[in-house]
Design a protein around this ligand. Structure first.
Ligand SMILES: CC(C)(COP(=O)(O)O)[C@@H](O)C(=O)NCCC(=O)O
Ligand SMILES: [Mn+2]
Length: 909
């Protein structure tokens, strides 16, 4: 039977909305003078887009004008030249909740410098053969409101000027407000509130079919977002990565007030095959009558403390405590929901609200699970995805549905859930805008971030548009730490929020509900269509970047402690890097609280943000730093070490040149391993730095380089490089060198190795981070270092010139380099990351282009060669070089000790 309403569900009282926004200066219109002032005071966050340069974009107040009535207390100020971010918005207005999906765009601010131009020519990257993405670079945000607080939703849209960012205007910020602006919307409210939207915002709602939206939203999520779908059995959550090519057909069960069951055969190909009127509305409606609960979440919370056997008639009640094993029913199976109430001489008040709630929840969830399975069976569908706000990440609900599907299908069918479960319709409406290119995005184009959200509490919108730095800081300052326990940690959101920065602890009980409630954690999706899968991965489908899987609790606990202990030192460095001002201290403190809160959250539920590996934790730390506008915490350390290393480079090169080829190659590899000791992310190394100068430590480290190393494939590598006997092997055509730390690591380790490869006729591409992370060098910093090094070395100079790294020097040295124009080039490319590790499923297009001609890759450092990619296989020769600067990792990974070295060579063979 068709359900009576299809609204994606459910009223919740006291919803605390939180939404995140890291970018500042994005609004074209700001509401008050104070806001404008606070905008001026606050520099915007930079780092979340890899395209951003280290400098902070400023709010462009030129031609600012008051719009509307000058007499108004809080007149709107129009910033016509503020074009940093513009938006798209789509809505799903259900009976109980309004879901918003909106997009904020970033201008591509990458510096198209001469180096990049030359590089693009060299690598054959031209814009001509690339698809142009209208939404290139931006973020997709998910927010919701209670429907009865629609005015707050309208205020929110207005404060962010989301209604202005439609088609024509998205490209022309100077355009006046469009009289005919249209917002895509689905759900019953798109009809009901059309006039209100016109009246308040001057926009028309373009109504999109709800089923259509649900399906296209689900298809998009399942194809484009990593770790979107998961199973949930007996409290255990497991992410399922679904192959795009094997996605269809599936059954989509949307549990709203009522329930729809849709068979999905492809994009735009679907059929509503069934439904049930016993859905979320039934649970909430009956629950409200029977328990006097005031909100859906309260009802859910009650269920967690309930015992349904006091009210349900179980098989055991009928069979005198026995199983009915002949037909496979255990004594605890519910024979009849609420069945006990018939025979007992009790009134409603004699049953506890907790028991009633649980009994209801089980009744409805089982029923939905069972009907869904029967429909899947009708059409031979193996996968069932459940969505809609009924589920809202509630573990027990998911377990119950999974149990029903498992039970009735005898394990043949699988229930799966979606992290963005409540936003299917809104996303689908968003997808219905034509030509924004979103439908073409692939899983590697989307980077999901979980930064600290600016608060949006109590369903109320006050003051400035959300997301400014001050807001974030003052919220972090409200955190209270009791011993090691954080009592108001961020993403432990109250139920019914988007999970982004809901700061209140759930009103009752804490403990049990927390993990359920917070399961709605969804981040902001950063859309970076320039990201690509690294083309040299042997098998991208099975590639797993993380070596250390943190779903093992003891492992998570260990790394949690390591990162927590490192925090005070990191904060000191970060604050110092910003001049040690009071503002920097405040931000430093907020950063520490924010990161600790994330860690605490993850300790409680490691899968909260998707599958968790060590690389994710390390990246999260960098993201948090950027969130609080620490652009480069190790800037001065990097500078100091670069200078010290450049000062001794010439001597090192002379020493190397005096060696035989064979000794030189060994010394070079030793040099890389030894210099990898300069790692400010390792506790043990930082302790060492207090005991000597850079050069002393470097010498000591080199002197300790005794072979065999713990992993030692040097001889095989040497043979490939130098051959054996009379056999002189062909040099590699192009080598990609993934470089790591500033100072000795790159300058005394990797650069001399690069020079050797160049000398042998191999083109070298130095691959460095797009954004700073710890003391890692960035692609922006490298050309200057190469230029300095080139002063001491002709090979480097000619190669750097050929690679376009010495653009300015080229003119002055043109005469000297006559006849050397055929020199093999040395190039620098950014990798697309801002982390000490690298996930090769998401690299810059620059790197992907450079990789196409490469036949050797060298991954250097613990982050890139051990924490990630240790087990990665490539379509070319690969050399992994690192010093292990952590005892536990050394034991676990190589059965060795701290400071042991890894030289792993994996020829293509
Ligand atoms: C963050 C790092 C991966 C950086 O190492 P690198 O890639 O620079 O060699 C490493 O410093 C690390 O794992 N540190 C945490 C462990 C510790 O302090 O022992
Ligand atoms: Mn590093």
């Amino acid at each position: 039977m068709a359900s009576l309403t299809e609204d994606p569900v459910l009223g919740i009282n006291d919803i605390k909305e939180a939404e995140e926004e890291t970018d500042k200066g994005q609004t074209q219109v700001v509401k008050t003078e104070e806001v404008a002032q606070s905008e001026r005071d606050m520099a915007p966050a930079t780092g979340n887009s890899i395209h951003r340069s280290g400098s902070r974009p400023q709010l462009d107040l030129s031609k600012a004008a008051i719009q509307g009535n000058f007499e108004e207390r809080d007149p709107t100020i129009l910033l016509p030249n503020q074009s940093d971010d513009l938006s798209h918005l789509a809505l799903d207005i259900g009976g109980s909740l309004i879901k918003l999906v909106y997009f904020s765009r970033h201008e591509d601010q990458s510096i198209d410098d001469k180096r990049k131009k030359t590089l693009k020519e060299r690598l054959g990257i031209s814009n001509g053969n690339r698809r142009s993405y209208p939404i290139l670079g931006g973020r997709l945000h998910f927010v919701k409101f209670e429907t009865h607080k629609i005015n707050e939703c309208l205020d929110f849209i207005y404060s962010k000027q989301l209604h202005r960012g439609m088609d024509a205007q998205i490209w022309n910020p100077d355009a006046p407000t469009n009289e005919n602006a249209v917002i895509k919307a689905t759900g019953g409210g798109a009809y009901k509130f059309a006039d209100l939207f016109k009246e308040r915002l001057g926009v028309s709602l373009d109504k999109e079919d709800e089923m259509n939206c649900l399906v296209s939203g689900a298809n998009f999520l399942l194809k484009a977002i990593r770790h979107e779908a998961f199973t949930h059995m007996e409290g255990h959550k497991e992410f399922v990565q679904i192959d795009q090519n094997e996605l269809f057909p599936y059954l989509l069960v949307n549990i709203g007030s009522g329930v729809s069951m849709i068979k999905v055969d492809g994009d735009g190909k679907f059929q509503r095959i069934s439904g049930t009127n016993v859905g979320g509305g039934t649970y909430w409606g009956l629950g409200k009558l029977l328990t006097k609960c005031k909100s859906f979440d309260e009802l859910l919370e009650l269920s967690q403390l309930g015992d349904n056997s006091t009210i349900d008639m179980l098989v055991g009640d009928i069979y005198g405590g026995m199983d009915y094993s002949k037909i496979g029913l255990s004594a605890s199976t519910i024979a009849s929901s609420f069945g006990k109430a018939i025979s007992e001489n009790k009134e409603l008040g004699d049953y506890s609200p907790e028991d009633i709630s649980l009994s209801l929840l089980r009744m409805i969830s089982y029923n939905i699970g069972q009907i869904s399975y029967l429909n899947a069976l009708r059409f031979g569908l193996k996968r069932i995805f459940f969505g809609g706000f009924f589920i809202r990440g509630h573990a027990y609900t998911m377990d119950t549905i999974s149990f029903a599907v498992q039970f009735w299908s005898k394990g043949d069918a699988q229930a799966m859930f979606l992290r963005h479960e409540g936003f299917l319709g809104a996303l689908g409406a968003f997808m219905s805008y034509e030509k924004h290119g979103l439908d073409d995005l692939m899983v590697h184009h989307l980077v999901e971030r979980f930064p600290m959200g600016a608060p949006y509490t109590g369903g109320k919108i006050h003051g400035p548009p959300l997301g400014d730095l001050n807001e974030k800081i003052s919220w972090m300052e409200k955190f209270v730490r009791k011993g090691t326990e954080i009592t108001a940690p961020v993403p432990m959101a109250p139920p019914g929020t988007t999970g982004l920065g809901g700061f209140e602890v759930p009103s009752s009980k804490g403990g049990t509900l927390r993990s359920d409630a917070s399961a709605l954690n969804i981040g902001v999706l950063h859309l970076v269509p320039t990201l690509e899968v690294f083309p040299l991965l042997a098998d991208p489908k099975t590639y797993e970047p993380n070596t250390i899987d943190l779903s093992d609790h003891s492992e998570l606990e260990y790394w949690f402690t390591v990162l927590s202990e490192h925090l005070p030192d990191l904060v000191d460095k970060a604050v110092a890097s910003e001049g040690g001002t009071d503002d920097a201290k405040r931000r430093g403190d907020a950063f520490a609280r924010a990161f600790s809160a994330h860690l605490a959250r993850l300790m409680e539920e490691p899968a909260a943000y998707g599958k968790l590996g060590l690389a994710n934790l390390l990246e999260l730390r960098e993201e948090c730093l950027r969130e609080f506008q620490f652009v480069d915490a190790y800037r001065s350390i990097k500078q100091r070490e670069n200078e010290a290393s450049l000062a001794v480079l010439a001597d090192l090169l002379i020493e190397l040149d005096s060696m035989t080829e064979e000794t030189r190659l060994l010394t070079l590899i030793e040099g890389v391993l030894a210099a990898n000791i300069f790692d400010w992310g390792s506790r043990a190394c930082v302790d060492l730095y207090h005991k000597g100068t850079i050069i002393e430590i470097y010498r000591m480290s080199r002197n300790k380089m005794q072979r065999p190393w713990r992993v030692d494939d040097f001889d095989v590598f040497k043979e490939r490089m130098l051959g054996s006997g009379d056999k002189k092997p062909r040099p590699h055509k192009r080598a990609l060198l993934f470089v790591d730390n500033a100072g000795a690591d790159v300058i005394l380790g990797m650069l001399p190795l690069a020079r050797e490869l160049l000398r042998r006729g191999t083109e070298v591409v130095l691959v460095a981070n797009s954004l700073p992370a710890l003391n890692d060098l960035t692609a922006m910093e490298l050309p200057e270092i190469v230029a300095e090094a080139a002063k001491h070395c002709d090979i480097l100079r000619r190669a750097a010139e050929a690679g376009g790294l010495l653009v300015d020097a080229m003119v002055s040295t043109l005469d000297d380099s006559k006849g050397n124009s055929s020199s093999v080039p040395l190039m620098v490319v950014e990798n697309g990351c801002g982390s000490p590790c690298i996930d090769l499923r998401q690299v810059s297009s620059e790197l992907a282009a450079a990789a196409k001609e490469a036949d050797l890759i060298i991954l250097e450092g613990m982050g890139r060669a051990l924490h990630t990619n240790f087990n990665a296989r490539f379509k070319c020769d690969a050399l992994k070089l690192a010093m292990v600067k952590n005892q536990r990792l050394a034991e676990k990974l190589i059965k060795g000790n701290i400071y042991d070295c890894v030289c792993r060579y994996e020829p293509l063979s």
